[in-house]
Design a protein around this ligand. Structure first.
Ligand SMILES: [Zn+2]
Length: 344
């Protein structure tokens, strides 16, 4: 069997993370995977890959990731293809994720398994869990690959039929495309990710935080929203802030990004200066909004308030702002819990 694999771009080999960004990377990004997009075109390559003994399988079941727990420390259960080859035929979708340190990783969507069977098959390997419960405890590679697998399988689940003509689609190119099976249509469909802007608005001394009505009681976070067609990111930041809070902004500065496959977003983080300060809250979107100083954030829990989850870019935007202004108060802000129960 011939496996000639020309070298492709590996972001962590060809450019270290610190070459690409000046800040520490956000969780769920910078996996170091070589996605090897160039080999997806060749017929039969995925079948060959699944016969290589070092290939590892990344199972996804109804958007949950297989996680093993060793003495309270969770890790991704990445399975040997030799031991679990029989699962491939039972997968609704099989997607090549990429190579990591020379080992190929292939995701399997096993959502068709009944719950009891899904639990029984993998009882020796771990349990299917919501990535959001354990994400902050995983290493960068494991968090990223589970996020990637979850996100791409969610897309496959929702694109089984052609959006043009309604005929069934079939998976192609190692899971990186679906194609309409209607000969008169044959429309290709590609996995998509939805850009969303998320921004910490501040006036120098205070930052603007809000709470959505659906959130747990006391939880406050940055404002955020989806980018609309025909809009720049800066416009989207200004529009969302104004729509939700009535505040005008200026000096919109990109901070960092984060894959957020819950279910299918790419979060684009910004800091922005407030140009107006009066809050006219949109009651449909926010249950509350207010200006908070660094000192307020440091005693947030005493105010019966909580900050966003630790794996989120929202938390990162808030804490980096705190660090710039009052690094001495960062430990206190870092200690403020998230309101989400069950998150470790
Ligand atoms: Zn079609």
């Amino acid at each position: 069997m011939q496996h000639t694999r020309p070298p492709s771009f590996d972001p962590l080999r060809d450019a270290t993370v610190t070459d690409l960004i000046t800040k520490r990377p956000n969780i769920y990004g910078f996996s170091g995977l070589d996605r090897s997009a160039h080999i997806r075109e060749r017929e039969g390559w995925l079948t060959e890959l699944l016969e290589i003994s070092t290939t590892r399988l990344v199972p996804v079941w109804r958007s949950r990731s297989l996680v093993q727990d060793t003495d309270g420390t969770p890790s991704a259960a990445l399975l040997s293809v030799v031991e679990h080859h029989h699962l491939i035929a039972r997968a609704e979708s099989v997607v090549f994720l990429g190579d990591y340190e020379g080992v190929s990783h292939v995701a399997l969507d096993l959502s068709a398994l009944e719950e009891t069977e899904a639990m029984d098959i993998f009882s020796a390997n771990g349990a299917f869990m919501d990535l959001r419960q354990i994400g902050p405890l995983l290493g960068r590679f494991e968090g990223s690959i589970l996020a990637y697998a979850r996100g791409v399988m969610w897309w496959h689940q929702r694109h089984r039929f052609c959006g043009v003509c309604g005929t069934a689609t079939e998976i192609r190119k190692g899971g990186h495309q679906r194609s309409c099976t209607n000969e008169d249509c044959r429309a290709p469909h590609f996995p998509r990710t939805d850009p969303a802007v998320i921004m910490l608005v501040h006036d120098g001394d205070r930052c603007l935080l809000g709470r959505q009505k659906m959130w747990p009681e006391g939880m406050y976070s940055t404002l955020a929203g989806f980018v609309e067609p025909g809009e720049t990111l800066e416009e989207a930041v200004a529009r969302e802030v104004w729509e939700e809070s009535g505040v005008h902004v200026r000096d919109v500065r990109y901070h960092s990004s984060q894959p957020w496959p819950f279910p299918s977003s790419l979060m684009l983080g910004f800091h922005a200066q407030a140009k107006s300060f009066e809050i006219n809250r949109n009651d449909d979107e926010l249950g509350d909004a207010g200006w908070y100083s660094v000192e307020d954030l440091a005693r947030f829990q005493d105010l019966d308030k909580f900050l966003p989850r630790r794996d989120s870019i929202a938390r990162r935007l808030i804490q980096d702002w705190v660090e710039e202004r009052r690094p001495d108060l960062l430990p206190a802000v870092d200690a403020v819990p998230s309101a989400y129960p069950g998150q470790r």
